[in-house]
Design a protein around this ligand. Structure first.
Ligand code: ARG
Length: 462
């Protein structure tokens, strides 16, 4: 027998290969909750408009509730021959309630149905990611407050640049996460319109109420163009782009965690809960979670490029190509959620080795800029000349094998006779960070303020 949902004009049965390439039920079954909610809204609207009877609508709603509990109990007979979640649900509805079930698909197509379901699904996923990002920000801000005055080396080119505070470095990631949340919120705002009622592509001749279904499903309004409603997947692309950027941010932090926790660096120590051992080397504590967060960006970027490629050049309106929007998106959003949870756990448990950080911060002549700034400020040297003089003093310290603040004043005066003992007031790492009180700077007092501001905003502080 040909397909019972659309087989009217077909004489032959589908080839098994046709079924295999066509079926999406193995992954779009994840849309069951959204599919059932949208069908319930649609049926209630059809009854309200007198397109189906209230009695039929009641049976439909009841049948859909039964299906929901069957699926949640793992008792639903999913069938590949029924292609996707939409036809699996509809077919089961007919089994349960008979011919009334066949009225549900009035004034609707799988094209507006899938667009509606997936918008709802992506919207839910965005809400979960937003909550995960907020928890991550909170863990970072708490750690930042704890380490507002913990001095560590700041890097450019991965070379010691200037001392910064650990709290300041952590707050940089809080800011990135805030912009990530903004990108997800923007995508959510734009996707939150209802395709339902666009039907196959042209709209419908039934006198339906699209505002009613839009409202019932929490959409702001119905989409204005039926062709657009069934044919675009920019809402998935935008979400995947936000996912990719967030993942890129996480991968940078994950990389730093890997570097900082290596025995050679020793700036931080991860907890046993977020490290793993080696099956041969008993001493090992490997940062696998951080490494995997770093690596997940591979599949996350891949999902964005894959869907861009699917959509590029696709003529309007619906084409089955678009069924390929789901697996990558589901995988990508799942990977991001897991990455965020793992990063949040790592941050919460992370211990900073403050002594080691301080020692590293003081190395590499990290206060050479403070020396040049002092010459500019106190001796009124043009900064370029001050830079040259400071460079020569660094060379002398390097030659003597000592830190800048260990070099005798007389040796410094060989380079710049105007130097006085006051210079030692700016060469320590603590003085260096404490002096950077400019808005956005690394001074502990700024960091304390910013961390508290974030914790307040995140609802973690009164
Ligand atoms: N499973 C399909 C998808 O995900 C649903 C829409 C099918 N529409 C159609 N005209 N064959 O895209």
């Amino acid at each position: 027998m040909a397909n019972k949902m659309w087989g009217g004009r077909f004489g032959q049965k589908s080839d098994p290969l046709m079924e295999e390439i066509n079926a999406s039920i193995d992954f779009d079954r994840k849309l069951y909750r959204q599919d059932i909610a949208a069908s319930k809204a649609h049926a209630a609207m059809l009854a309200k408009k007198g397109i189906i009877t209230t009695h039929d609508a009641k049976q439909i709603a009841h049948g859909l509730d039964t299906i929901l509990s069957e699926i949640e109990a793992g008792k639903f007979p999913f069938k590949r021959a029924l292609e996707d979640i939409h036809m699996n649900v509809e077919s089961r509805l007919a089994d349960l309630i008979g011919s009334a079930g066949g009225r549900l698909h009035t004034a609707r197509s799988r094209n507006d149905q899938v667009a509606t379901d997936f918008r709802l699904w992506v919207r839910d996923a965005i809400d979960e990611i937003d909550a995960a990002l907020a928890a991550y920000q909170r863990a970072l801000a708490e750690k930042a407050l704890e380490h507002a005055a913990t001095v560590m080396p700041g890097f450019t080119h991965l070379q010691t640049a200037q001392p910064v505070t650990f709290g300041h470095h952590l707050l940089a990631y809080v800011e990135m996460a805030a912009r990530d949340r903004g990108r997800f919120a923007g995508a959510r705002e734009r996707l939150n319109e209802s395709p339902l009622g666009a039907a196959a592509l042209a709209g419908t001749a039934f006198a339906i109420d699209r505002d009613m279904t839009a409202k019932a499903l929490g959409f702001k309004r119905p989409m204005a163009n039926s062709i657009d409603a069934v044919s675009d997947r920019d809402f998935v692309l935008e979400t995947l782009a936000a996912t990719a950027i967030t993942s890129a941010h996480l991968s940078r932090f994950a990389e730093e965690i890997v570097l900082w926790s290596s025995p050679q660096s020793g700036l931080i120590r991860l907890s046993d809960r977020f490290t793993t051992g080696s099956s041969i080397m008993p001493q090992k504590r490997n940062p696998d979670a951080a490494e995997l967060v770093r690596a997940k960006s591979g599949r996350i970027f891949g999902a964005l490029i894959a869907l861009l490629t699917v959509m590029k050049g696709l003529p309007l309106a619906y084409a089955k190509d678009m069924q390929e929007d789901k697996e990558g998106a589901m995988d990508s959003l799942g990977a991001l959620k897991l990455s965020l949870a793992a990063m949040t756990g790592m941050v919460r448990d992370m211990a900073a080795d403050a002594a080691r950080m301080r020692q590293a911060a003081a190395g590499g002549f990290s206060t050479a800029t403070d020396l040049a700034d002092w010459l500019t400020r106190e001796l009124k040297l043009p900064f370029r000349e001050a830079h040259r003089a400071a460079g020569r003093i660094v060379a002398k310290a390097a030659e003597a094998g000592v830190a800048l603040d260990e070099l005798p004043l007389e040796t410094m005066q060989e380079v710049e006779p105007g130097l006085t003992r006051a210079i030692f007031g700016v060469l320590s790492v603590d003085k260096s960070v404490a002096s950077r009180t400019v808005y956005g700077g690394t001074a502990p007092k700024n960091v304390r303020l910013q961390a508290k501001r974030w914790l307040k905003r995140l609802g973690a502080m009164p």
